[in-house]
Design a protein around this ligand. Structure first.
Ligand SMILES: [Zn+2]
Length: 553
């Protein structure tokens, strides 16, 4: 007798095969051949059944310590989440560095400092201890964790981590920590060289101070470990040929983030994908992490992530209170920002597309919904001046929304079909007040597959399950095959999608975040336990996710 039999489903195997109508059974958390009866039987009535979504780019490292349900991911079809992306982990961490690590996360990932202070359970110091804590605490989805470069660097170098290159001895210590983390079951090593990634006091995140030799040594430690994926979020100065060298020397898969399409530099991501293709033809295993969601950000001038990656914005990033307002008002500061935005760049979040920035909330309600481009034309002022003057006049409370990247659907569709692309970049758990793409998988199924026909349904399912599982070496998951874990998503292909976000105040300390639900999701199972039904998340279900420690890659 099986634990569960699902009959009459449109089966998408997660490997890209054409869908077939059939049955599937679950016993002891595993998929088994659907012969015989079940203690529970569900008639799927033609709904689609696929493996649960593998979200390979999340930042749940902090949230999971107070919220083992890693909300909202399970409700959005995710059954496995990879944490520690970009190297922004909370382990390893000495007690004396906790405040520094939290301040960095607040700046770089838009996490509320109050929520982090109230929420994080600091029951660990090292990476192995952190993994043990996750295993003890359990989670609603399966978790795989990267060793994070910035935390490793802070652990070894303290304050100097954000100030200078490392000595040979420091690199050797970092390398030992990475190897120790890999032995304990980390999925790989993650870092960032992106100028958009700034930490406390506007200083660059520690990994940005690493030179090529440090990166080569740390990625080389994966070769020593004999497994593991190297992921990085790269700045424009990090060249694909350097990353190919790391891939060749280490023999490990390399995931290159974040390939987001920019309308002002439209070829750049395709050049990266071509370079990755050439590397793969030479025998490497590289993938370009792409997003299927338009990147838009809600922001106020109190924390304008949109602009903080600009070199010319650095004086503002370092100033506080009244001094900060004086910088924003300073014509010479504004002049430099305007000049930088006008100059071409390889990769930049904001590129002067003022017609894609609009006012969301203002004391002057009549201008809500209008773009800065329109407002500037009305007044004959420059758009940057218009934005800063408005914000200063309203005590920095004005809320703006910028549609930054990935808004050209023809280009994004081409990226999603690229054989070297990995569908990724949900950033779930981070940037909680700016955006929420935790439902990226449902968006791929609903928008890109059903509405636009860019991917067949079975291709979309493969992109979300079998593909990342294979690349990351996630064993026994990502396919509907006997013996595989019963991580399942039951959905209606005619209606599946994510719903628009709304602002809710459910973080520790009552802090706000953007949250959106799902439509067309009928069931989510993690290791055979149903965590979502047609009414949403079943909070009374046991935490059935596993900490994944064994990988094939
Ligand atoms: Zn990230």
């Amino acid at each position: 007798m099986h634990d569960l039999v699902i009959r009459n489903a449109l089966l998408l195997d997660g490997l890209g095969s054409a869908p077939v109508h059939g049955d599937l059974a679950v016993s002891n958390g595993k998929i088994v051949a659907a012969e015989g009866k079940g203690k529970e039987t569900i008639d799927a009535g033609g709904l689609a059944l696929m493996p649960g979504i593998v979200d390979n780019h999340t930042h749940y490292d902090a949230q999971i310590t107070w919220d083992p349900w890693v909300s909202p991911s399970p409700a959005l079809g995710v059954t496995t989440a990879v944490i520690g992306n970009c190297g922004f982990t909370i382990a390893p961490c000495r007690a004396s560095d906790r405040e520094r690590i939290m301040r960095n996360l607040t700046q770089v990932e838009g996490m509320s400092l109050d929520a982090l202070r109230a929420g994080i359970r600091w029951d660990f110091e090292t990476v192995p201890q952190y993994l043990d804590m996750l295993e003890r605490g359990g989670a609603a989805v399966n978790i795989a964790a990267f060793v994070g470069h910035s935390s490793v660097r802070t652990y070894v170098m303290g304050e100097a981590a954000t100030q200078r290159p490392a000595t040979d001895a420091e690199v050797a210590s970092m390398r030992n920590i990475v190897v120790e983390g890999m032995k304990a079951g980390a999925i790989g090593f993650a870092t960032s060289t992106s100028p958009a990634h700034n930490g406390a006091e506007g200083l660059p995140m520690p990994s940005r101070l690493a030179d090529d030799a440090e990166l080569s040594s740390l990625v080389g430690s994966l070769k020593e470990a004999g497994r593991g994926v190297f992921m990085l979020t790269k700045g424009g100065h990090t060249r694909i040929d350097f990353l190919e060298k790391l891939a060749a020397d280490s023999g490990r898969p390399v995931v290159v983030a974040a390939l987001l399409h920019s309308s002002t530099n439209p070829d750049s991501v395709f050049h990266d994908l071509e370079a990755i293709d050439k590397a793969n033809r030479r025998g490497r295993r590289m993938a370009g992490a792409v997003s299927c969601c338009p990147l838009s950000m809600d922001f106020t001038l109190r924390s304008p992530y949109t602009f903080e990656g600009l070199e010319s914005w650095q004086p503002a990033l370092k100033a506080k209170g009244e001094a900060y307002k004086r910088v924003l008002a300073d014509p010479s500061f504004r002049g430099k920002v305007k000049a930088e935005i006008a100059a071409p760049a390889h990769f930049r979040i904001f590129n002067g597309e003022w017609h894609k920035v609009h006012v969301v909330e203002s004391k002057r309600h009549e201008i809500e919904g209008r773009t800065l481009d329109q407002l500037a034309r009305d007044t004959g002022k420059d758009p940057l001046d218009t934005m800063l003057d408005l914000a200063l006049a309203e005590g920095l409370d004005t809320v703006f929304c910028a549609l930054l990247l990935n808004s050209d659907e023809r280009a994004v569709g081409r990226m999603l079909r690229d054989p070297n692309a990995l569908v990724s970049l949900s950033d779930a758990g981070a940037h909680l007040t700016f955006f929420n793409d935790a439902g990226f998988g449902l968006h791929l199924l609903g928008h890109w597959s059903r509405e636009l026909g860019v991917l067949k349904l079975e291709e979309a399912a493969w992109r979300l399950t079998g593909h990342p599982a294979r690349l990351y070496g996630i064993r026994g998951r990502g396919a509907l095959k006997p013996g595989y874990a019963a991580d399942l998503l039951l959905f209606d292909p005619a209606s599946v999608n994510r719903l628009p976000n709304r602002r809710v105040f459910d973080l520790p300390g009552g802090q706000p975040r953007l949250l959106g639900g799902a439509t067309g999701v009928h069931g989510v199972w993690v290791n055979g336990t149903r965590v979502v039904d047609s009414n949403g998340v079943r909070r009374d279900a046991p935490l059935s996710g596993k900490l994944l420690r064994e990988f094939d890659a």
